[in-house]
Design a protein around this ligand. Structure first.
Ligand SMILES: Nc1ncnc2c1ncn2[C@@H]1O[C@H](COP(=O)(O)OP(=O)(O)O)[C@@H](O)[C@H]1O
Ligand SMILES: [Mg+2]
Length: 237
């Protein structure tokens, strides 16, 4: 079957230096595909490159059968790809509701927006109680949830998470992984970029390990759990 997202031999970087040295990776429809790797491995660079935020130096990116290499970001997003970026990127001076509406700005009609809001509130009932609260006054974990909910407002087919559990308290980390699994259970494909190996492998179908800009091992999660290459990527050696 044609993968939902296909990245082929991607090279990209900053200034003169290449960060990604020919990365290939597929995201299959309806699966959670994870990308693991230590700090500085090039995970965020890969996301930025496939979204057209960093210029691609060589290689190709496909969404379904459409080649999207070099497309501007807003056109890639319009295809049904959403990214929940690193860190918490809410609009602090806007309310919860306003933040959610910003995520749904591509939606055509008012009824689409209210449908998407209902959907977001089903997954995050707490946000419904907080619609009028300024996002900047919420706790870090709540802001993280709002960022995900805002991403869902665009009705994505593919959602990309960049280290969503980073900096969250253990309780929110658990909730975060539960939510990702729930979203995937509703048919949305996921590319999950994480450093949290154990919990990521527990919810993923397949995974890839990135080290110094190269995929050093790939496979199903049972295989990866035992992988020496994975251990080496984190602990050296
Ligand atoms: N804006 C930038 N300018 C120059 N170098 C960068 C920039 N962003 C990241 N890098 C470098 O690219 C490499 C990969 O970074 P990144 O993709 O952020 O890794 P990860 O997300 O896996 O932690 C690192 O060596 C980092 O220092
Ligand atoms: Mg990163």
């Amino acid at each position: 079957m044609t993968p939902l997202l296909k990245i082929e031999n991607t090279v990209s970087g900053y200034d003169e230096a290449d960060v990604l040295a020919g990365v290939s990776l597929d995201v299959a429809e309806r699966e959670i595909t994870c990308l693991l790797g230590a700090n500085g491995a090039g995970k965020t660079t890969l996301i930025r490159t496939l979204l057209g935020l960093n210029p691609i130096r060589s290689g190709k990116v496909f969404f379904k059968t459409t080649e999207i290499t070099g497309w501007p970001t807003h056109e890639i997003v319009r295809l049904g790809i959403t990214c929940v970026p690193e860190g918490r990127r809410v609009f602090p001076a806007m309310t919860v509701l306003e933040n959610l509406r910003m995520g749904g700005y591509l939606n055509e009609s008012k009824s689409d927006i209210s449908e998407r809001l209902d959907y977001a509130f089903t997954i995050f009932p707490k946000l419904k109680e907080r619609v009028g609260q300024l996002a900047g006054t919420m706790s870090g974990g709540e802001q993280a949830m709002l960022t995900i909910a805002r991403g869902l407002m665009g009705n994505p087919e593919l959602i990309i998470f960049d280290e969503p559990s980073l900096g969250l308290s253990p309780l929110f980390v658990k909730e975060n992984f539960r939510v990702i699994q729930e979203i995937n259970g509703q048919g949305i494909s996921v590319l999950l970029v994480e450093q949290n190996v154990r919990q990521t492998l527990a919810i993923s179908h397949v995974g890839h390990v990135l080290a110094q800009g190269k995929i050093i091992t790939s496979g199903n999660t049972e295989t990866l759990r035992e992988s020496d290459a994975l251990k080496a990527a984190y602990f050296g050696g």
